[in-house]
Design a protein around this ligand. Structure first.
Ligand SMILES: Cc1cc2nc3c(=O)[nH]c(=O)nc-3n(C[C@H](O)[C@H](O)[C@H](O)COP(=O)(O)O)c2cc1C
Length: 325
């Protein structure tokens, strides 16, 4: 009995009917991919992480990363930055210009380029700063929920997720996504789901579990082990946006068949079209190369097509390769 199948959650005033979240992924979850994931039923989608400094400078490229369509709602815009002042101004500007359903603060990025400047998961080393930043963002956008996505701590001697969660709830954060690896760990080892359980037991706001969901069975395992309120899926959704539709079928006790090659090709083509529409032919076609590899990962016979695809120079060459697949 899947007693979690009726799960619906509320983040502040935002009702989420299907609590399966597409993880923010830089270079991946742009408009094109979000639309496709949404069509397959993703409950909430997020922008890639966006620099608060870029936002307040009103850098055109940065602001373009935030644009979204009504179809994508509910959508979260994820921001990262190093000071309460910058984050507060950035959040206000995002709200005024784009009116997303929620703003998410990134306290999870482990990349040195970001943490060296005190942003992303660097905040896990300074819970007072994390509190100040979070409080400033909450105050900046009182009419929409502010959420946080974080790692478990900087390293294994500094696991802070539960304490951070308690502090964050007090300053008005409305939900927390926990990817229970440390910054130092990057993607090594496995996500420690016990920490999701511990966080859930210590806060009353929704906790969204994240990390190492690889297949449908893991969904059931994470819910039953951690009692989390929702689940966020990252790498398992790469080249696999229909995962959300499969989850829905699973929860309804329906078969979730493998997707056919024809459907896979159709989605790939649609993805390419959307990327070219949003970024123009050169960048769009180039961005599609990594997605193509993900869509056809594990298909032995695809390797020669993959090579051709990677070498393709433009949209029509790519379309031609897809049609001959
Ligand atoms: C290519 C890539 C880009 C990512 N970019 C972001 C990001 O912009 N913001 C963020 O909070 N996490 C980012 N992440 C981390 C994911 O959101 C997620 O927390 C992590 O992959 C663990 O979940 P998973 O095991 O389901 O992949 C990224 C992960 C990947 C693989």
């Amino acid at each position: 009995m899947k007693n979690f199948r009726e799960k619906k959650i509320k983040i502040g005033n935002l009702q989420i009917d299907f609590p399966f979240f597409l993880a923010p992924m830089a270079g991946v979850t742009d408009y094109a991919y979000r639309v496709i994931a949404k069509e397959f039923g993703a409950g909430v989608v997020y922008s890639e992480f966006v620099s608060a400094h870029g936002i307040i400078r009103e850098n055109e490229k940065t602001l373009n990363m935030i644009k979204f369509s009504e179809f994508e709602r509910p959508i979260g815009i994820q921001i990262f930055g190093d000071t309460p002042e910058v984050m507060e101004s950035a959040a206000r500007l995002v709200f005024e210009k784009f009116n997303p359903d929620l703003i998410d603060i990134n306290y999870g990025c482990p990349v040195p380029k970001v943490t060296k400047k005190g942003a992303g998961s660097a905040a896990l080393k300074d819970l007072c700063l994390m509190e100040d930043i979070s409080e400033a963002v909450v105050k900046a956008v009182p009419s929409i929920p502010v959420t946080v996505k974080m790692r478990a701590g900087w390293n294994l001697n500094n696991i802070v997720s539960t304490q951070a969660g308690i502090n964050l709830e007090k300053v008005g954060i409305k939900a927390i996504t926990l990817h229970p690896r440390t910054t130092v760990q990057m993607y090594k080892g496995s996500a420690n789901w016990e920490l999701i359980k511990e966080l859930k037991e210590n806060v009353t706001i929704p906790v969204i579990g994240n990390g190492d969901i690889k297949n449908i069975e893991d969904i059931e395992k994470m819910f039953s082990m951690t009692k989390c309120d929702g689940i966020m899926i990252g790498r398992a959704a790469l080249g696999n946006p229909w995962f959300f539709a499969q989850i829905k079928k699973f929860l309804n006790d329906q078969d979730y068949d493998k997707i056919s090659l024809e459907e896979r090709l159709d989605i790939c083509l649609k993805h390419l079209d959307l990327l070219v529409q949003t970024h123009g032919e050169k960048i769009g076609a180039n961005n599609m190369k990594k997605h193509f590899s993900w869509y056809f990962k594990g298909f032995e016979e695809a390797s020669s097509f993959r090579k051709k695809f990677v070498l393709a120079n433009n949209y029509s060459e790519m379309k031609d390769i897809l049609s001959k697949f």
